[in-house]
Design a protein around this ligand. Structure first.
Ligand code: TPP
Ligand code: MG
Length: 535
């Protein structure tokens, strides 16, 4: 039996699971744990508030494929953390969140700053558990394995203030295998024989989602698409799982110009879902097209009906479908090119000559950013545009929340992605509303010498909602926001700032993107008129 304390076992379990950074906001209740993390060389990163700490944990896990971790104190800390924790759960990202609590002797009756974490966290996590000296090592193993198991998500643990310093009595810290190696996959199928269903289809379309990203199924996805000659549509959070410069790439579902994609799916006689998670659907699924469901879990959502389900390792199943394929190419490249042409036309429609259009911003950043750049986006009209228009070449190179879809994600996720890989250029694309929620985090980027580029789509509007008001003929209420001098704001936070009102200024402001040494805030003063024709 070692003489480790509870806090030591927590920190060591995280370290053994590959956690190098915890994103935290302190309070008295977690002082032991912060110290244990320091000793264990798990770097504690001080976000400016708990919600952004949780988004950083989520963003880091999205970028790396590992586990994210975030810490808060009791009461106001744990309630503030909840938004980012819910985000990880709905975005299916493994995060271990831990909050302090009043000391255990007072937990049942004391009122000041005490909220019931079990009830607060139960609906927004896979598990809301508590740390006890007699089970801390096992609890940490369970938390880590549960967070990473399909479908992944957040778990939340409560640590009473008096428990962290007590001796741990259930043995040494250890970590379970988080993503067990796939030695063999068992495929459970229901309904008709999957290979025969695919062989019978004349116009199959593949629809790839985040399950394919988690299974690292890019090679098999490309192989199946090429074998069958079928177009591939991807879900927004899966951007890059199929290279977007591939001739069979057909666009992103439910982002800008969504109807073009739904028309394509509607013209298919079979949709093969590859790890597609219906949490990403924004519009209801009204297609009558038969679906061949391929995922790590059965079709438990029933958002679409599927007579045939293949359940197992997504990459292995796609590979097996490709191996079994006998038949003629289904679509011609010209047909898919025509579809892409339509999508492109819809995407650029509504641009106003002589103004800085939203698509100009996406194009300027893509031009200036090296191929391997990681981009994050916040939530709003700009996200729908980035989701469709940003050309992604590899999985985990575009981070967005499309499960909870909470504003305030883009800035902290970019900072975390840069922490995870300092050598990679990172750009955050955020609306002026979302930036106002999280702008103070740029000070953290400066403090950590992280030259992230924050491109702010300034339209003076919570545009996504203002558009809804306009389409219903009601005046803008609570959807206009006041101007902020982002150049001064950036400079006051030890960052560089630049303002751009046209494409040439924007190109100039981004010209040093690959070699910056300080964070850069770009105030892109857009004309949002173009959005009207895209959504
Ligand atoms: C935390 C949170 N609050 C409210 C919303 C609802 N919402 C979705 S988009 C949006 C407007 C975002 O405005 P901005 O960041 O300026 O982006 P824009 O739409 O202008 O591109 C709002 C309020 C949300 N998704 N998340
Ligand atoms: Mg805006």
């Amino acid at each position: 039996m070692s003489d480790a304390r509870v806090a030591d076992v927590i920190a060591r379990s995280l370290a053994l699971a590959g956690v190098r950074h915890v994103f935290a906001y302190p309070g008295e209740t977690i002082v032991d744990l912060l110290e244990a993390c320091r000793v264990e060389e798990v770097e504690v990163v001080l976000a400016r508030r708990e919600a952004t700490a949780a988004f950083m944990a989520e963003g880091l896990a999205m970028a790396t494929g590992g586990v994210g971790a975030c810490l808060s104190t009791l009461g106001p800390g744990s309630t503030a953390l909840a938004n980012g924790v819910a985000s990880a759960t709905l975005d299916r990202v493994p995060v271990v969140a831990l909050s302090g609590q009043i000391d255990s002797g007072r937990e049942q009756y004391f009122t000041h700053q005490v909220v019931d974490h079990d009830r607060l966290y139960a609906p927004i996590t896979k598990w809301a558990g508590r740390i006890e000296p007699s089970s801390v090592a096992t609890t940490m193993r369970r938390a880590l394995r549960l967070a990473t198991a399909e479908r992944p998500g957040a778990v939340h643990l409560t640590l009473p203030a008096d428990v962290g310093g007590r001796p741990a009595t259930d043995g040494e810290a250890s970590a379970p295998p988080l993503v067990p190696a796939v030695v063999a996959t068992t495929v459970f199928t229901t309904g008709p024989e999957p290979a025969a269903v695919l062989a019978a289809a004349r116009r199959p379309v593949l629809l790839a989602g985040i399950g394919a990203v988690r299974a690292a199924a890019t090679a098999e996805l490309v192989r199946l698409a090429e074998t069958v000659s079928a177009p591939v549509v991807v879900a927004p959070m899966a951007k890059g799982v199929f290279p977007e410069d591939h001739p069979l790439f057909a666009g992103v579902l439910d982002m800008a110009c969504g109807q073009v994609l739904w028309d394509l799916l509607g013209s298919a006689d079979l949709v093969v879902t590859a790890g597609f998670d219906p949490v990403e659907l924004i519009t209801p699924w009204t297609l009558r097209t038969p679906v061949l469901h391929v995922d790590a879990i059965p079709n438990v959502d029933q958002i679409y009906a599927s007579a045939c389900e293949c359940v197992g390792h997504v990459g292995a199943i796609l590979g097996w479908l490709a191996d079994d394929w006998r038949g003629q190419a289904r679509w011609t490249e010209e047909e898919i090119a025509r579809h892409r042409g339509r999508l492109r036309e819809a995407y650029y429609s509504g641009a106003v000559a002589g103004r800085l259009n939203p698509t100009d911003v996406v194009d300027a950043v893509r031009r200036a950013a090296p191929r391997q750049t990681l981009v994050t986006t916040d939530v709003g009209s700009h996200k729908l545009l980035v989701g469709q228009g940003w050309r992604a070449y590899e999985p985990r190179s575009v981070l967005m929340t499309n499960g909870l879809s909470s504003m305030g994600f883009g800035v902290p996720a970019a900072i975390a992605a840069k922490i995870a890989d300092r050598g990679r250029p990172v750009v955050a694309m955020v609306g002026d509303g979302g930036f106002a929620m999280t702008a103070t985090e740029v000070r953290l980027a400066a403090a950590l010498s992280l030259p992230v580029v924050f491109v702010v789509f300034v339209d003076g509007s919570l545009n996504r909602i203002e558009l809804t008001q306009r389409s219903r003929g009601i005046p803008s209420t609570a959807t206009r926001i006041e101007d902020v001098d982002l150049v001064k704001l950036a400079e006051s936070m030890d960052c560089d700032g630049v303002r751009a009102a046209d494409a040439a200024e924007l190109d100039k402001s981004l010209q040093d993107l690959p070699s910056l040494s300080r964070p850069l805030v770009v105030e892109a003063r857009i004309d949002p008129t173009q959005y009207d024709s895209q959504f």
